[in-house]
Design a protein around this ligand. Sequence first.
Ligand code: ZN
Length: 359
Amino acid sequence: MAIIDRLQKLREHFDGKEIDGIFISQPENRRYLSGFTGSAGYLLITPQDAILATDFRYIEQSKQQAPDFAVFRVTSDVAEWFPKLLAGVTVSQLGFEASDITFATYRQLTEALAKGKSTVKLVPTEGIVETIRAVKEPEEIDLITQAVRISDRAIEYISDRIRPGMTEIAVAWEIEKFMREQGSESVPFEIIVASGPNAALPHARPSSREIKAGEPIVIDIGARCGGYSSDLSRTLCPGTPADTFRKVYDTVLGAQLAAIAIIREGMTGEEADRLARTVIEEAGYGEAFGHSLGHGVGLATHEAPRLGPKSTTHLATGMVFTVEPGIYLPGWGGVRIEDVVLLEKDRAKVISKAKKIES
Ligand code: ZN
Protein backbone atom coordinates (compact mmCIF):
# COMPACT_ATOMS: atom_id res chain seq x y z
CA MET A 1 0.00 0.00 0.00
CA ALA A 2 1.64 3.20 -1.14
CA ILE A 3 0.56 5.78 1.43
CA ILE A 4 2.97 8.35 0.00
CA ASP A 5 1.34 8.07 -3.45
CA ARG A 6 -2.12 8.47 -1.96
CA LEU A 7 -1.05 11.57 -0.04
CA GLN A 8 0.51 12.96 -3.20
CA LYS A 9 -2.78 12.47 -5.11
CA LEU A 10 -4.67 14.17 -2.29
CA ARG A 11 -2.31 17.18 -2.24
CA GLU A 12 -2.80 17.65 -5.98
CA HIS A 13 -6.45 18.48 -5.21
CA PHE A 14 -5.61 21.35 -2.85
CA ASP A 15 -5.19 24.04 -5.51
CA GLY A 16 -8.47 23.32 -7.24
CA LYS A 17 -10.36 23.47 -3.95
CA GLU A 18 -8.54 26.57 -2.73
CA ILE A 19 -7.36 24.93 0.46
CA ASP A 20 -3.83 24.53 1.79
CA GLY A 21 -4.57 21.62 4.08
CA ILE A 22 -7.31 19.16 4.93
CA PHE A 23 -8.74 17.75 8.14
CA ILE A 24 -9.91 14.18 7.53
CA SER A 25 -12.55 12.67 9.80
CA GLN A 26 -14.37 10.11 7.63
CA PRO A 27 -13.33 6.65 8.88
CA GLU A 28 -12.63 4.93 5.55
CA ASN A 29 -10.79 7.99 4.25
CA ARG A 30 -8.70 8.04 7.43
CA ARG A 31 -7.80 4.40 6.95
CA TYR A 32 -7.13 4.76 3.22
CA LEU A 33 -4.79 7.72 3.63
CA SER A 34 -2.90 6.56 6.71
CA GLY A 35 -3.21 2.77 7.10
CA PHE A 36 -4.58 3.32 10.62
CA THR A 37 -7.53 1.01 11.30
CA GLY A 38 -8.61 2.40 14.70
CA SER A 39 -12.11 3.68 15.18
CA ALA A 40 -11.29 7.24 16.28
CA GLY A 41 -8.96 9.95 15.09
CA TYR A 42 -8.37 12.69 12.55
CA LEU A 43 -5.75 13.33 9.91
CA LEU A 44 -4.27 16.75 9.30
CA ILE A 45 -2.58 16.88 5.93
CA THR A 46 -0.82 19.90 4.44
CA PRO A 47 1.69 20.03 1.58
CA GLN A 48 4.47 19.43 4.13
CA ASP A 49 2.86 17.58 6.99
CA ALA A 50 0.91 14.43 7.71
CA ILE A 51 -0.36 14.17 11.29
CA LEU A 52 -2.62 11.54 12.83
CA ALA A 53 -4.46 12.97 15.83
CA THR A 54 -5.98 10.33 18.06
CA ASP A 55 -6.65 9.61 21.71
CA PHE A 56 -4.64 7.67 24.26
CA ARG A 57 -6.27 4.30 23.35
CA TYR A 58 -4.77 4.37 19.86
CA ILE A 59 -1.33 5.97 20.29
CA GLU A 60 0.64 2.72 20.02
CA GLN A 61 -1.52 1.34 17.22
CA SER A 62 -1.16 4.52 15.15
CA LYS A 63 2.62 4.48 15.46
CA GLN A 64 2.67 0.91 14.17
CA GLN A 65 0.08 1.24 11.42
CA ALA A 66 0.81 4.76 10.17
CA PRO A 67 4.60 5.18 10.07
CA ASP A 68 4.26 7.97 7.48
CA PHE A 69 2.35 10.11 9.99
CA ALA A 70 3.42 12.03 13.06
CA VAL A 71 1.15 11.04 15.95
CA PHE A 72 -0.56 13.76 17.99
CA ARG A 73 -2.49 12.94 21.15
CA VAL A 74 -5.93 14.49 21.53
CA THR A 75 -7.87 14.92 24.77
CA SER A 76 -11.59 15.25 25.38
CA ASP A 77 -11.21 19.06 25.31
CA VAL A 78 -11.31 20.15 21.65
CA ALA A 79 -10.70 23.80 22.60
CA GLU A 80 -7.44 22.69 24.13
CA TRP A 81 -6.00 20.40 21.45
CA PHE A 82 -7.35 21.67 18.12
CA PRO A 83 -5.55 25.06 18.12
CA LYS A 84 -2.42 23.30 19.39
CA LEU A 85 -2.57 20.81 16.53
CA LEU A 86 -2.90 23.61 13.98
CA ALA A 87 -0.16 25.68 15.56
CA GLY A 88 2.36 23.03 14.53
CA VAL A 89 1.68 23.39 10.77
CA THR A 90 1.43 26.10 8.12
CA VAL A 91 -2.19 26.34 7.03
CA SER A 92 -4.72 29.13 6.55
CA GLN A 93 -7.60 27.60 4.54
CA LEU A 94 -8.25 24.21 6.14
CA GLY A 95 -10.63 21.90 4.29
CA PHE A 96 -12.93 19.66 6.30
CA GLU A 97 -15.22 16.85 5.18
CA ALA A 98 -18.62 18.49 5.08
CA SER A 99 -20.57 15.28 4.61
CA ASP A 100 -18.94 13.67 7.64
CA ILE A 101 -18.39 16.36 10.30
CA THR A 102 -21.54 16.84 12.39
CA PHE A 103 -22.93 20.26 13.08
CA ALA A 104 -22.00 19.85 16.75
CA THR A 105 -18.37 19.03 15.88
CA TYR A 106 -18.20 21.90 13.41
CA ARG A 107 -19.35 24.26 16.16
CA GLN A 108 -16.77 22.86 18.59
CA LEU A 109 -13.97 23.29 16.05
CA THR A 110 -14.91 26.87 15.15
CA GLU A 111 -15.30 27.78 18.81
CA ALA A 112 -11.91 26.23 19.54
CA LEU A 113 -10.34 28.34 16.79
CA ALA A 114 -11.99 31.52 18.09
CA LYS A 115 -10.93 30.78 21.65
CA GLY A 116 -7.37 30.07 20.57
CA LYS A 117 -7.37 33.31 18.49
CA SER A 118 -6.45 31.26 15.43
CA THR A 119 -6.74 32.82 11.96
CA VAL A 120 -7.28 29.45 10.27
CA LYS A 121 -10.50 29.30 8.25
CA LEU A 122 -12.49 26.07 7.94
CA VAL A 123 -13.53 25.38 4.34
CA PRO A 124 -16.18 22.73 3.53
CA THR A 125 -15.10 20.14 0.96
CA GLU A 126 -16.90 17.13 -0.45
CA GLY A 127 -15.79 13.89 -2.03
CA ILE A 128 -12.08 14.66 -2.51
CA VAL A 129 -10.74 11.44 -0.99
CA GLU A 130 -13.79 9.48 -2.21
CA THR A 131 -12.86 10.45 -5.80
CA ILE A 132 -9.32 9.15 -5.30
CA ARG A 133 -10.57 5.97 -3.63
CA ALA A 134 -12.92 5.22 -6.53
CA VAL A 135 -9.99 4.12 -8.73
CA LYS A 136 -8.47 1.03 -7.19
CA GLU A 137 -4.84 -0.03 -6.94
CA PRO A 138 -3.93 -3.65 -7.84
CA GLU A 139 -3.61 -4.59 -4.12
CA GLU A 140 -7.11 -3.27 -3.47
CA ILE A 141 -8.51 -5.23 -6.41
CA ASP A 142 -6.92 -8.39 -4.96
CA LEU A 143 -8.60 -7.86 -1.59
CA ILE A 144 -11.99 -7.12 -3.18
CA THR A 145 -11.59 -10.26 -5.30
CA GLN A 146 -10.87 -12.34 -2.17
CA ALA A 147 -14.05 -11.00 -0.55
CA VAL A 148 -16.03 -11.64 -3.75
CA ARG A 149 -14.79 -15.25 -3.85
CA ILE A 150 -16.10 -15.85 -0.33
CA SER A 151 -19.53 -14.49 -1.22
CA ASP A 152 -19.51 -16.54 -4.45
CA ARG A 153 -18.89 -19.69 -2.42
CA ALA A 154 -21.57 -18.69 0.10
CA ILE A 155 -24.18 -18.47 -2.66
CA GLU A 156 -23.16 -21.88 -3.97
CA TYR A 157 -23.29 -23.28 -0.40
CA ILE A 158 -26.74 -21.95 0.36
CA SER A 159 -28.18 -22.82 -3.07
CA ASP A 160 -27.49 -26.47 -2.24
CA ARG A 161 -29.07 -26.25 1.21
CA ILE A 162 -32.03 -23.92 0.97
CA ARG A 163 -35.34 -25.78 1.41
CA PRO A 164 -39.00 -24.78 1.68
CA GLY A 165 -39.85 -24.48 5.38
CA MET A 166 -36.56 -22.82 6.39
CA THR A 167 -36.99 -19.34 7.81
CA GLU A 168 -35.27 -16.33 6.26
CA ILE A 169 -33.35 -15.81 9.52
CA ALA A 170 -32.07 -19.40 9.45
CA VAL A 171 -30.87 -19.02 5.86
CA ALA A 172 -29.14 -15.71 6.71
CA TRP A 173 -27.37 -17.31 9.68
CA GLU A 174 -26.18 -20.28 7.58
CA ILE A 175 -24.67 -17.81 5.13
CA GLU A 176 -23.09 -15.68 7.83
CA LYS A 177 -21.49 -18.66 9.58
CA PHE A 178 -20.18 -19.98 6.28
CA MET A 179 -18.61 -16.67 5.26
CA ARG A 180 -16.93 -16.20 8.65
CA GLU A 181 -15.54 -19.73 8.47
CA GLN A 182 -14.25 -19.00 4.97
CA GLY A 183 -12.22 -16.07 6.30
CA SER A 184 -14.51 -13.06 6.06
CA GLU A 185 -13.33 -10.57 8.73
CA SER A 186 -16.83 -9.43 9.53
CA VAL A 187 -20.11 -9.08 7.76
CA PRO A 188 -19.98 -5.59 6.20
CA PHE A 189 -23.77 -5.23 6.14
CA GLU A 190 -26.74 -7.18 7.41
CA ILE A 191 -27.42 -10.11 5.10
CA ILE A 192 -30.68 -9.84 3.15
CA VAL A 193 -32.79 -12.96 2.69
CA ALA A 194 -36.20 -11.86 1.43
CA SER A 195 -38.71 -14.47 0.31
CA GLY A 196 -42.03 -14.20 -1.50
CA PRO A 197 -43.74 -10.83 -0.92
CA ASN A 198 -40.82 -9.71 1.29
CA ALA A 199 -38.63 -9.75 -1.82
CA ALA A 200 -40.59 -6.73 -3.05
CA LEU A 201 -38.71 -4.66 -0.45
CA PRO A 202 -35.23 -4.01 -1.86
CA HIS A 203 -33.70 -3.82 1.65
CA ALA A 204 -35.86 -6.25 3.60
CA ARG A 205 -34.55 -7.66 6.87
CA PRO A 206 -34.57 -11.43 7.32
CA SER A 207 -37.74 -12.44 9.18
CA SER A 208 -39.15 -15.61 10.69
CA ARG A 209 -41.17 -16.17 7.51
CA GLU A 210 -40.84 -19.70 6.15
CA ILE A 211 -39.70 -20.02 2.56
CA LYS A 212 -42.18 -21.60 0.15
CA ALA A 213 -41.50 -23.51 -3.04
CA GLY A 214 -41.81 -21.62 -6.31
CA GLU A 215 -41.38 -18.12 -4.89
CA PRO A 216 -38.50 -15.69 -5.40
CA ILE A 217 -35.85 -15.35 -2.68
CA VAL A 218 -33.57 -12.35 -2.94
CA ILE A 219 -30.25 -12.94 -1.19
CA ASP A 220 -27.85 -9.99 -0.87
CA ILE A 221 -24.57 -10.64 0.93
CA GLY A 222 -21.09 -9.25 1.44
CA ALA A 223 -17.82 -10.52 2.86
CA ARG A 224 -14.81 -8.50 3.99
CA CYS A 225 -11.09 -9.11 3.45
CA GLY A 226 -8.32 -6.71 4.51
CA GLY A 227 -11.01 -4.09 5.09
CA TYR A 228 -12.46 -4.45 1.58
CA SER A 229 -16.06 -5.51 0.93
CA SER A 230 -17.85 -7.56 -1.61
CA ASP A 231 -21.51 -7.10 -2.47
CA LEU A 232 -23.40 -9.84 -4.28
CA SER A 233 -27.08 -10.55 -4.90
CA ARG A 234 -28.74 -13.57 -6.38
CA THR A 235 -32.41 -14.45 -6.61
CA LEU A 236 -33.16 -18.11 -6.01
CA CYS A 237 -36.35 -20.03 -6.55
CA PRO A 238 -36.53 -23.44 -4.88
CA GLY A 239 -39.05 -25.68 -6.64
CA THR A 240 -40.69 -24.86 -9.93
CA PRO A 241 -40.80 -21.16 -10.74
CA ALA A 242 -44.10 -19.63 -11.87
CA ASP A 243 -44.38 -17.80 -15.20
CA THR A 244 -44.16 -14.38 -13.52
CA PHE A 245 -40.85 -15.38 -11.99
CA ARG A 246 -39.47 -16.46 -15.37
CA LYS A 247 -40.51 -13.23 -17.05
CA VAL A 248 -39.25 -10.94 -14.29
CA TYR A 249 -36.00 -12.88 -13.85
CA ASP A 250 -35.22 -12.91 -17.57
CA THR A 251 -35.88 -9.17 -17.79
CA VAL A 252 -33.56 -8.35 -14.88
CA LEU A 253 -30.86 -10.67 -16.18
CA GLY A 254 -31.20 -9.25 -19.69
CA ALA A 255 -30.87 -5.71 -18.31
CA GLN A 256 -27.83 -6.65 -16.28
CA LEU A 257 -26.03 -8.44 -19.10
CA ALA A 258 -26.79 -5.60 -21.53
CA ALA A 259 -25.34 -3.04 -19.14
CA ILE A 260 -22.22 -5.10 -18.40
CA ALA A 261 -21.62 -5.69 -22.13
CA ILE A 262 -21.80 -1.99 -23.02
CA ILE A 263 -20.41 -0.10 -20.01
CA ARG A 264 -17.15 1.58 -20.98
CA GLU A 265 -14.62 4.01 -19.62
CA GLY A 266 -15.72 7.63 -20.06
CA MET A 267 -19.46 6.97 -19.75
CA THR A 268 -21.27 8.80 -16.99
CA GLY A 269 -22.95 6.91 -14.17
CA GLU A 270 -26.24 8.09 -15.62
CA GLU A 271 -25.49 6.65 -19.06
CA ALA A 272 -24.52 3.31 -17.50
CA ASP A 273 -27.73 3.24 -15.47
CA ARG A 274 -29.77 3.98 -18.59
CA LEU A 275 -28.43 0.88 -20.37
CA ALA A 276 -30.20 -1.40 -17.91
CA ARG A 277 -33.15 0.89 -17.22
CA THR A 278 -34.12 0.94 -20.91
CA VAL A 279 -34.37 -2.85 -21.02
CA ILE A 280 -36.57 -2.91 -17.92
CA GLU A 281 -38.76 -0.05 -19.18
CA GLU A 282 -39.25 -1.74 -22.53
CA ALA A 283 -40.48 -4.87 -20.73
CA GLY A 284 -43.06 -2.69 -18.95
CA TYR A 285 -41.43 -2.75 -15.50
CA GLY A 286 -39.90 0.76 -15.47
CA GLU A 287 -41.80 1.81 -12.34
CA ALA A 288 -40.67 -1.34 -10.54
CA PHE A 289 -36.93 -0.54 -10.78
CA GLY A 290 -36.84 2.15 -8.13
CA HIS A 291 -33.15 2.22 -7.22
CA SER A 292 -29.88 2.99 -8.94
CA LEU A 293 -28.03 0.49 -11.12
CA GLY A 294 -24.94 0.30 -8.94
CA HIS A 295 -22.30 1.77 -6.69
CA GLY A 296 -18.58 1.56 -6.06
CA VAL A 297 -17.29 -1.09 -3.65
CA GLY A 298 -14.12 -0.85 -1.58
CA LEU A 299 -13.33 0.00 2.03
CA ALA A 300 -17.01 0.98 2.18
CA THR A 301 -19.69 -1.27 0.74
CA HIS A 302 -21.31 1.77 -0.86
CA GLU A 303 -18.89 4.33 -2.24
CA ALA A 304 -18.04 6.29 -5.37
CA PRO A 305 -18.84 6.02 -8.23
CA ARG A 306 -22.63 6.05 -8.27
CA LEU A 307 -24.36 4.54 -11.28
CA GLY A 308 -27.76 6.13 -11.17
CA PRO A 309 -30.18 8.44 -12.99
CA LYS A 310 -28.49 11.61 -11.68
CA SER A 311 -24.84 10.55 -11.66
CA THR A 312 -22.54 12.81 -13.70
CA THR A 313 -19.41 10.92 -12.59
CA HIS A 314 -17.34 9.66 -15.51
CA LEU A 315 -16.45 6.00 -15.18
CA ALA A 316 -12.71 5.38 -15.31
CA THR A 317 -10.41 2.39 -15.72
CA GLY A 318 -9.68 0.83 -12.34
CA MET A 319 -13.07 1.58 -10.84
CA VAL A 320 -14.82 -1.34 -9.14
CA PHE A 321 -18.59 -1.17 -8.87
CA THR A 322 -21.76 -3.23 -8.73
CA VAL A 323 -24.26 -3.73 -11.53
CA GLU A 324 -27.52 -4.64 -9.82
CA PRO A 325 -30.80 -4.03 -11.59
CA GLY A 326 -33.97 -5.22 -9.86
CA ILE A 327 -37.71 -5.45 -10.33
CA TYR A 328 -39.97 -5.26 -7.28
CA LEU A 329 -43.70 -6.01 -7.48
CA PRO A 330 -45.62 -5.29 -4.27
CA GLY A 331 -47.53 -8.35 -3.05
CA TRP A 332 -45.65 -10.72 -5.34
CA GLY A 333 -41.95 -10.29 -4.63
CA GLY A 334 -38.89 -9.21 -6.51
CA VAL A 335 -35.75 -10.14 -8.38
CA ARG A 336 -32.32 -8.53 -8.05
CA ILE A 337 -29.12 -9.77 -9.65
CA GLU A 338 -25.91 -8.09 -8.57
CA ASP A 339 -22.33 -8.60 -9.67
CA VAL A 340 -19.13 -6.72 -8.91
CA VAL A 341 -17.25 -5.56 -12.00
CA LEU A 342 -13.83 -4.04 -12.59
CA LEU A 343 -13.68 -1.46 -15.33
CA GLU A 344 -10.74 -2.22 -17.60
CA LYS A 345 -9.52 -0.36 -20.68
CA ASP A 346 -12.00 -1.92 -23.09
CA ARG A 347 -14.53 -3.81 -21.00
CA ALA A 348 -16.27 -4.24 -17.69
CA LYS A 349 -14.77 -7.45 -16.29
CA VAL A 350 -17.14 -9.36 -14.03
CA ILE A 351 -15.35 -10.40 -10.84
CA SER A 352 -18.17 -12.35 -9.17
CA LYS A 353 -18.78 -15.86 -10.47
CA ALA A 354 -21.79 -17.11 -8.46
CA LYS A 355 -24.23 -19.02 -10.67
CA LYS A 356 -27.39 -17.44 -12.00
CA ILE A 357 -30.57 -19.26 -12.98
CA GLU A 358 -30.39 -20.33 -16.61
CA SER A 359 -33.29 -19.48 -18.84
ZN1 ZN B 1 -25.10 -3.31 -3.74
